[in-house]
Unconditional design. Sequence first.
Length: 144
Amino acid sequence: MKKIAYILALALEIAAFAGAWIIHYFARRKLGMVRYLNYKNMSWERDYPVDALKAACVAAAVVLTVLVLLLFVKKRKEASRLTAAMNVCMVMLTALYAGYTLGCSAEVMSDYYFISILFLLAAAVQLLKTGIAVLMSGRKNEGT
């Protein structure tokens, strides 16, 4: 059951990155997509506090990443190499999300909000996977 959940989470991450690439590709190639993205950007900026949401999501992702890393350092001897690799991927995805969200803007890229949401989805899934793996790392020896 764990492997199925891990594979589904990995597929969701890959789908998020593929979706980000597809949106970026069509935003550069098709004028209709740019019009739709501009319409959505204006409506989201009008209806929601986008700057506050961006800052809150980046802060939450960074805080959760630091907490999982601290838990991993605490359980370092019990954790496997896969868990260590998952932590490296988690840090890279969180850095990618935070860098993209704080470094780019909707004025420069019309697909900014959509790609930012998809990067957040990928980082959150990786954060959940890594957090569960770190929490479960010491449980193999407890049952015997």
